[in-house]
Design a protein around this ligand. Structure first.
Ligand code: NAD
Length: 535
């Protein structure tokens, strides 16, 4: 069966071609559709790729019964109902890097336009005038550029500013000192000193609670007289009324805005008549190269997600700090499978309603506890919640909706680096299942409750508890053999001679209810839990 992808909003042909070339995908390309029409059509698609024109509302997402992934060719996802997508387990992928250069170059285009009054020079020339004497400009060389937000775009702006021989200082409390050093940029510890030092201030932060209104009257007053302010990041970071007032009073020499708190900017907005304000209609990323880059980038990521279940590019996945996804995959698998084993054992004992899930991980998985917890929630909910869209994106939300408490615990001193332990409680019972995960070796379960085991959680895992009496292993082998079930690994563990014993048996293929019943008939066998790993 082919996956169906709907492409809309004029995605660059290179992105379309990339998807269309894949024999497993069927691609439909349509212009931006009215909301009602899109809702009617969306149900037949597995993926949607668009730009900002298509609004991905909660209604649209609920109608998109098959959708697994939505790609946004660009950065901003303000047009996507992120919470609903997360709840439904729909991966949202954007392309944050492809338009970095386009924005960085426009910063200098805008700045030079202001410094040399290019719009006026051009306009008056076309009007038949020659106003050379009024067009005395200024140079970039030697001026101090203050960059707020030293991320992708801020860094590219810093590199280009160096070529113009500007002095560069930046404020970004969230990036390490090494980035400032690598770019040869002075570090401002807070906004105040940056504002006081700069001849030109350019903003390259996201719009967050912290950055909304970050540059208001108070901040503009701290700038040198004759300074220039640029916002090509997001509308709302600079207070527009305060900026217009500072331009009108002549305190600022100029400003450039590409983004606005209301877009499109209303025709009668006071900004349109503010002096020395260079305005562009959100065209920072509007270059042929940037559109091609983001389309290629997002389409490739959407294809990986559809065909390979690759979720690492989704921006609505649990946060993973400082851990590379490729390296984390075995630990996620372990977390999910250990949780599935724990849940199944508790269910065998009559405790189906899971109340709490916690994760303890060794040093190798530091910073990944949220993602491990999400994977454990998948293991606990697999087969319990409806639908095939259960994944690390929505598992935490779904678990919380069912009243399951999720927590990560500090690992005990002496815990090996590669260990992940999942602890699950249901009813009056609690069980811990632990294992080891590293990028170089297969995932193994090393402990189930009090028993030390050593078995790969793959195919079907059979967990038997029995009295430690002779003959059980042979009889289990006979029952499985008669049912033509091949044993891959058989690990027998006991706490003390003649006490309780546990067998972890990894088998190929399924174990039917009849076989399970036959195992329970073996003298000494108390419980037989079957866990099938489907994913
Ligand atoms: P990025 O995530 O790479 O960088 C953002 C930087 O801002 C980060 O280094 C972060 O640490 C820093 N930051 C966050 N909060 C801060 C705060 N309170 N004070 C100081 N620094 C803070 O993002 P990017 O790709 O460089 O994009 C930057 C901005 O440009 C975003 O808002 C993005 O939406 C916008 N953008 C606009 C256009 C356009 O068309 N005009 C195109 C692309 C991106």
């Amino acid at each position: 069966m082919k996956f169906k992808v709907l492409l809309t909003d004029g995605i660059d042909p290179e992105g379309v071609a990339l998807l269309a070339a894949d024999p497993q995908l069927e691609v439909d390309e349509v212009p931006t559709l009215p909301a009602g029409e899109l809702i009617e059509r969306i149900g037949e698609y597995d993926a949607l790729v668009g730009r900002s024109a298509t609004r991905v509302t909660p209604e649209l997402l609920r109608a998109a019964k098959r959708i697994r992934v939505i790609g946004r060719a660009g950065v901003g996802v303000d047009n996507i109902a992120m919470d609903t997508a997360t709840e439904l387990g729909i991966a949202i992928i954007n392309a944050p890097a492809g338009n970095t250069v386009a924005v960085a170059e426009l910063v200098f285009g805008s700045l030079l336009s202001l410094l040399r009054a290019l719009p006026m020079a051009d306009r008056t020339m076309h009007e038949g005038e020659w106003r050379r004497s009024e067009l005395l400009g200024g140079e970039l060389k030697g001026r101090t550029l203050g960059i707020i937000g030293l991320g992708r775009i801020g860094s590219e702006v810093a590199r280009r500013a160096a070529a113009f021989e500007m002095e560069v200082v930046a404020y970004d409390p969230y990036v390490p000192e090494t980035r400032f050093q690598g770019l040869r940029v002075g570090r401002a510890d807070s906004l105040g000193p940056l504002l006081a030092l700069s001849d030109v201030v350019t903003i390259h932060t996201p719009l967050t609670d912290e950055t909304r209104g970050m540059i208001g009257k108070r901040e503009l007053d701290k700038l040198k007289a004759g300074a220039i302010v640029l916002n090509l990041a997001r509308g709302g970071i600079v207070e527009e009324d305060a900026l217009a007032a500072a331009l009108r009073s002549g305190r600022l020499a100029g400003a450039a805005l590409d983004v606005f708190s209301r877009e499109p900017l209303p025709a009668d907005d006071p900004l349109r008549s503010a002096p020395n304000l260079f305005l562009t209609p959100h065209i920072g990323a509007s270059t042929i190269e940037a559109q091609r880059n983001v389309a290629r980038d997002v389409c490739a990521a959407v294809r990986e997600t559809l065909l390979g279940g690759e979720l690492s590019r989704s921006i609505n996945i649990a946060a993973v700090e400082g851990v590379r996804w490729e390296e984390l995959k075995p630990a996620l698998r372990l977390s999910e499978r250990a949780a599935a084993v724990g849940r199944a054992i508790l269910a065998t004992q009559g405790n189906r309603a899971v109340q709490r899930v916690s994760v303890r991980a060794g040093a190798a998985h530091l910073g990944a506890s949220e993602a491990l917890l999400a994977a454990a929630a998948v293991g606990v909910l697999e087969g319990v919640v409806e639908g095939d869209r259960l994944n690390v994106i929505n598992a935490r939300t779904l678990a919380a909706q069912r009243g399951i408490e999720l927590s990560s615990l500090e690992s005990a001193p002496g815990t090996a680096d590669d260990v992940v332990e999942i602890r699950i409680s249901a009813g009056m019972q609690e069980i811990a299942v632990a294992g080891t995960a590293s990028p170089t070796a297969p995932v193994r379960l090393t402990r189930i409750g009090a028993f030390h085991v050593d078995v790969q959680p793959r195919g079907t895992l059979l967990i038997l508890t029995n009295e430690d009496v002779p003959g059980v292993i042979g009889r289990v082998g006979t029952v499985l053999g008669e049912a033509r079930i091949n044993i891959a690994e058989y690990h027998q563990a006991r706490l003390a001679e003649g006490g309780d014993a546990l067998a972890a048996v990894s088998v190929d293929g399924a174990v039917s209810d009849e076989v399970q019943a036959a195992l329970l008939q073996i003298p000494g066998v108390r419980t037989a839990t079957v866990v099938t790993f489907n994913r």
